[in-house]
Design a protein around this ligand. Structure first.
Ligand code: ZN
Length: 635
């Protein structure tokens, strides 16, 4: 998964489980599954399952811990219309009183099959009940939304034969092999529940498919679906960059662990921007204009490289605590700074190697990211490892309070940690080895079909030691369990760069502002606020604890009304910050707090401050070398 910056993902959280010792019913036959998406635009998916059973107690469960979401986020609250039938009669079920995901029943004598129906109601906006998966023009089907399975079964062992109906005139794409396609529906190869859940379907009226490795095996495709046909078209430059990305991963790993790879890209403003990794595909959701708006694209630059990298790091190699046998066993998230963190680092680096980012663009992104981390007061009480252990809580956290709570920092801060590792390996081996050698050793090997090889931190440390001997265990402990002050910037310095501040706006920050309508005064006054008009209008998004704004009494959730007596706009705020440089008077913000107005006086006279990277004199540009393409340019 990739981190979403401004819009909090709120997952339904259900508590605990235990369960009566119900017998799993598996006779070796597959579960027949029929899913109907013809009412996707009305935000309902219909599902019918036929389980091979033997008489006796049976518990069917709904997937709870969703791979890649690292959380008990299965949206059980919107599972409706649950009915069971056997021998032509309805079978009464009762929910387990502790495990909300478990439906218990008694299969009657003589029954060989049990039919189950359910309707999944899709939310139209993110909230307490999961995230939207359909717009009026397209739909994503993560199969875990519409299936039940026998409680004791391992997801590798239980097989599903799925059939899907989609709205008339809609196209579809998925990594799941199709066996038959007719006006009656699409039939898929019988696969394990693991593979089914790992192979979502993207469907929509306006879809395009692009070949990303023409004439080569395995095949790589970009499948787009958008709310309008023009926005489903990728530009030639974007296709070239994605072809280069495929080539770069070939050079990096030397092996692939999939039969083919499908990027599924939903372009709509009605889904939550996100990416979810799978072995042979990825479920990517971005704003509708992403492929045709430079500012929006800048905010999504590393999305596809990130999710693609996960096929090796996260899917093929996975921390043992995340390689669970089904969707009931809780995941242990403490190594997410490797699973997500290394992916985050390479997502960014591969975006640069593929040509999405030019060297200056990459540096502006890194400056904005690293400066934010360096200023984040939450590290004084919460270490980075705790942001991983508590991921199942933090994915649902709201934006307000971010600087003090610390969000899922194992994404961005791991860019620093793995840059540190990369530059240290290069230094210790006089440039002969790099983190790329680790990836080839750890994630490469023999090409294969999808499979999972679990690992521990000791395995990571041992592989690194084989490339460049060092006390890597202590190295990581200092970084993931440290409390600052400041972010671990050693790798940045070793890469030849340091953070500096100027009055010139950072280009990445500027693009994010334009795309997301949030004014960022974090490095001067110490807060960010939603633009007037639009979503969350005028609201203070977050205030950095200890900043001038925080000391003056500003808090997240208040609404900006005026700056120095004039109705506020982002430009008026910026002008006030500039003007205060030559004045003694504080900047006065008129804010609304519930039904009351108050003036917040911020005594700040240093002017606008925006972060950039500056070359350290006399040092080699190692960052530039890391970000340079390693594969020959694709044609
Ligand atoms: Zn991820």
């Amino acid at each position: 998964m990739i981190r979403v910056k401004w819009v909090a993902i709120l997952f339904a959280m259900a508590m605990a489980f235990c369960g009566v010792g119900a017998r799993a019913q598996q006779t070796g036959k597959p579960v027949k599954l029929e899913v109907d998406l013809r009412e996707a635009a009305r935000r309902v998916y219909h599902s019918k399952m036929e389980f091979p059973v033997t008489p006796g107690a049976l518990t069917l469960v709904y997937p709870k811990w969703i791979p890649g979401e690292h959380s008990p986020s299965g949206p059980i609250v919107d599972v409706t219309g649950v009915k069971l039938f056997a021998n032509g009669k309805e079978v009464i079920w009762r929910r387990n009183t502790v495990d909300m995901y478990a439906f218990e029943c008694e299969v009657p004598a003589g029954a060989e099959t049990l039919e189950a129906t359910l309707d999944y109601l899709l939310p139209v906006e993110s909230g307490t009940a999961g995230v939207p998966s359909a717009s009026a023009q397209l739909a994503e089907l993560p199969w875990n939304l519409v299936v039940l399975y026998p409680k004791e079964a391992k997801s590798d062992d239980v097989k599903f034969s799925a059939k899907l109906r989609i709205p008339a005139g809609w196209k579809f794409a998925t990594a799941l092999p199709v066996t038959k396609e007719s006006s009656d529906g699409i039939e898929f190869e019988t696969v394990s529940l693991t593979t089914l859940v790992d192979s979502p379907v993207l469907t929509g009226e306006h879809m395009n498919t692009y070949d990303l490795s023409p004439g080569q095996r395995p095949a790589h495709r970009l499948n787009t679906a958008a709310d309008s046909s023009a926005m489903a078209e990728a530009t030639p430059e974007e296709i070239t960059a994605l072809r280069q990305l495929v080539a770069e991963t070939g050079v990096l790993f030397g092996a692939r662990h999939y039969r083919h790879y499908d990027f599924l890209l939903a372009l709509t403003d009605h889904l939550q921007p996100n990416g979810l990794e799978h072995h042979e595909s990825s479920d990517n959701r971005v704003p509708e204009r992403t492929l045709h708006d430079a500012d929006i694209l800048e905010t999504q630059m590393d999305l596809l490289p990130h999710e693609f990298f996960h096929s090796w790091n996260g899917k093929y190699r996975r921390p043992a605590g995340l390689a669970t046998p089904n969707y009931r066993e809780p995941m242990r998230d403490e190594l997410l700074w490797v699973y997500e963190g290394l992916t985050q680092y390479y997502g960014v680096i591969l975006a640069a190697r593929s040509g999405f980012w030019k060297p200056e663009g990459l540096r502006e992104y890194l400056a904005a990211t690293f400066a934010t981390l360096n200023d984040r007061p939450g590290r004084t009480w919460r270490d980075l490892e705790d942001t991983a252990i508590a991921a199942q809580l933090l994915y649902g956290a709201r934006t307000a309070g971010t600087s003090w709570r610390r969000p899922v920092d194992y994404y961005e801060e791991s860019e620093l940690i793995w840059l540190d590792v990369d530059t240290l390996i290069r230094e210790k081996t006089n440039g002969k080895k790099s983190l790329d050698d680790f990836c080839r050793a750890f994630h490469g090997g023999e090409g294969s079909e999808p499979k999972v090889i679990p690992y521990s931190l000791d395995d990571v440390v041992a592989t690194l030691h084989g490339i460049a001997p060092h006390d890597w265990k202590t190295f990581f402990q200092e970084r993931v369990r440290g409390h600052g002050p400041g972010a671990p910037l050693n790798g940045l310095e070793r890469s030849g760069w340091k953070i500096t501040y100027s009055t010139v706006m950072n280009e990445h920050q500027k693009a994010v502002e334009e795309a997301e309508h949030v004014v960022d005064a974090e490095f001067s006054l110490g807060f960010s606020a939603h633009y007037p008009g639009g979503d969350n209008a005028d609201e203070i998004a977050d205030v950095v604890v200890g900043s001038p704004a925080s000391k003056a009494g500003l808090a997240a959730g208040m609404k900006m009304v005026a700056v120095n007596g004039r109705k506020w706009t982002p430009d008026i705020l910026r002008e006030a910050i500039r003007a205060a440089k030559s004045k003694k008077e504080p900047i006065e913000l008129l804010v609304e707090n519930d039904d009351f107005f108050q003036t917040v006086k911020i005594d700040f006279h240093e002017g606008e401050r925006y972060p950039h990277l500056e070359a350290i004199g006399g040092k080699t540009d190692v960052l530039g070398a890391i970000a340079k393409a390693k594969a020959p340019p694709v044609k």
